[in-house]
Design a protein around this ligand. Sequence first.
Ligand code: SF4
Length: 209
Amino acid sequence: MTRRQCTGEYKIKPIKKKVREILGYPYPTRIPKDVFVEQWVGISTDEFHRAKDADVRYMRNRHPLIDMGWSRRDCIRYLTSIGLENTPKSSCLGCPFHGNSQWRNIRDTSPDEWQDVVEFDAAIRQGNARANANGNHLLGQAFLHRSRIPLSEAPIDHVTAAEWAARQAELTDAPNEQELEQGVVDGCSPWACRGSEPTVSQDDFGLAS
Ligand code: SF4
């Protein structure tokens, strides 16, 4: 996995911009100390370590699932009870943490989105265009699929026994067995990226405020 800046670029940056707009203090206007929004983030009790504060004073994170004492299982049970048992994990379309079942799901249910991720995969092969322009070339090539084969040809139909284990694990909270097939267990939210590696933050772009 290379250094990623997806969470910072695709989520945190636009959210902060929107929040500033809502509050009426567009960047770089200073926001008074007592002006803030409350942001609800869906972290469940079994991943409470992912619950974090926002890094700016004008946003205060709350974690209602933790306040209610709800685990992932409680959430699945509730969603099932209202007919939403197929609710997917929150994530970007072209997330490199997807497992085969997520790639198959995109390919088999949404041809346009599949085309989009295949093109995106091809576009990242030589790395970040801006970094290349600055002389920071990628050593090697980048791929979305962990096989390091172009997504259009990657072995996403390879179904192992892990798929069944994964389905069971969704119900039994035994996440590690399923990563190959299902991708990382966690969904992705702005202050709780699903990847275990640190992302590039707003500070790296001078946009923290
Ligand atoms: S889901 Fe999260 S880790 Fe995956 S590409 Fe999006 S921001 Fe990055």
